[in-house]
Design a protein around this ligand. Structure first.
Ligand code: FAD
Length: 363
């Protein structure tokens, strides 16, 4: 084991958007930060499919939408990161799919008020934040297994390293933090119960991304939107680039996670069959099909998430936003936020609040 980082101000656990936002703000205020991420890449639930040759983003495998008129925190971060938004493509009719035995119906359906997409996708926020970090801040492939909190500071352990700092921001899903990290001393009962009772938004979902050489459905007067009772895509949308390229459809998979895990090849075949049913034969000619199954990611989804029906995120109890151990431990993940919990807006707001709490504490 290697002893590292004595003298560091803050360890941030988790390089999703909330951990990245907190890290950016702390670095800006001159604090020394070590950001530990279990996966090989930063971004957490924000992930994209990239072209294997050019590296260009083909589409999102995690979040896609923001709602700028209702999300001031997103607006401020987009400005800060010099990123812009564009409208979700909604022109044309939606396909109402009743399964292979019934004819698809086409109908105009209203779009969502204020819905927008970030140019370059949400991953552009991740890339820009990480690009601003000095070398040595972000450590990927570092899953924190233990966190010890003492009067003098905190120590966290990964399988190969020990990191020490004055304070820790825990920017990992609450159930993951309670379930996968061994806390010393143990977390207070009420807090641990609240964390275990806090579902991670979209953690049991799988998102399918299907890339085509052209957005052929648009020329047929279709919006690319599908609503389906039978699936496998319960809901699908056009996720093409602003100018129509890359041309892409994404959908939320309606199959339960056990079935997805058992039959991933069958799932892709069924997805294409559904797209052919809704958009015609050209849908057979996808250049890439990718299903990102978040339920299979142990750093996002816990057994309890899998055991419960998915519920829409609600503002959690104040205990989740209160510093612990005299301010040495602060929780920061989208689900702790008191605005838009579970969403990108919530992740950014939680990261801001956590950074403020750390900056406001005496060292
Ligand atoms: C399919 C899908 C679609 C979505 N659609 C939208 C949308 O359209 N709009 C929207 O606003 N939101 C959407 N969301 C939600 C949005 O993605 C999240 O709100 C946001 O990304 C959460 O960021 P976060 O940093 O709070 O948490 P996370 O992204 O969950 O980050 C937590 C990080 O902690 C890491 N970690 C976990 N355990 C450890 C450990 N032991 N040690 C070190 N690191 C660890 C994880 O690997 C991860 O990187 C969607 C999510 C999904 C999955």
């Amino acid at each position: 084991m290697i002893e590292e980082t004595a003298g560091t101000d803050v360890i941030v656990i988790g390089a999703g958007l909330s951990g990245l936002a907190a890290t950016s703000l702390l670095l800006e205020r001159g604090r020394s930060v070590v950001l530990l991420e279990a996966s090989e890449k930063p971004g957490g639930r924000i992930r994209s499919l990239r072209d294997p040759v050019s590296g260009n983003v083909l589409g999102d495998l995690g979040p896609t939408w923001v709602w700028p008129p209702y999300q001031p925190v997103v607006g401020q971060w987009l400005e800060r990161l010099e990123l812009d938004t564009f409208e979700q493509f909604e022109t044309g009719k939606a396909a109402l799919d009743y399964g292979p035995a019934a004819a698809v119906q086409f109908q105009t359906v209203p779009g969502q008020n204020g819905i927008a997409r970030i140019k370059g996708g949400p991953i552009a926020m991740v890339d820009r934040m990480v690009a601003g970090f000095p070398a040595g801040v972000l450590h990927t492939g570092c899953a924190v297994q233990e966190a010890s909190v003492a009067e003098t500071g905190v120590t966290v352990r990964t399988p190969n390293e020990i990191f020490a700092a004055s304070r820790v921001i825990v920017a990992v899903p609450l159930r993951v933090a309670a379930h996968c990290i061994k806390w010393s001393p143990v977390l207070p009962d009420g807090l641990a119960r609240t964390m275990q009772g806090s579902p991670t938004w979209m953690s049991v979902q799988a998102k399918a991304l299907i890339i085509y050489s052209t957005a052929f459905w648009r020329s047929a007067g279709l919006s690319g939107r599908i609503a389906s009772r039978t699936g496998p895509l319960a809901e699908a949308h056009d996720i093409s680039g602003e100018d129509g390229t890359p041309a892409a459809i994404f959908g939320f998979v309606g199959w339960p996670h056990e079935l997805r895990a058992e039959n991933s090849d069958g799932l892709e075949i069924e997805i294409i069959a559904q797209l052919v049913r809704c958009f015609g034969e050209q849908a057979n000619h996808a250049t890439h099909v990718r299903v990102e199954d978040w339920a299979a990611n142990p750093f996002i989804c816990t057994p309890r998430d899998l055991a419960e029906p998915m519920s829409h995120p609600e503002v959690g109890p104040a205990i989740l936003r209160q510093p612990l151990a005299g301010g040495r431990v602060v929780f920061s993940v989208a689900e702790t936020s008191d605005v838009s919990p579970g969403l990108i807006e919530g992740a950014l707001a939680a990261g801001e609040r956590a950074a403020k709490q750390v900056l406001g504490s005496a060292s």
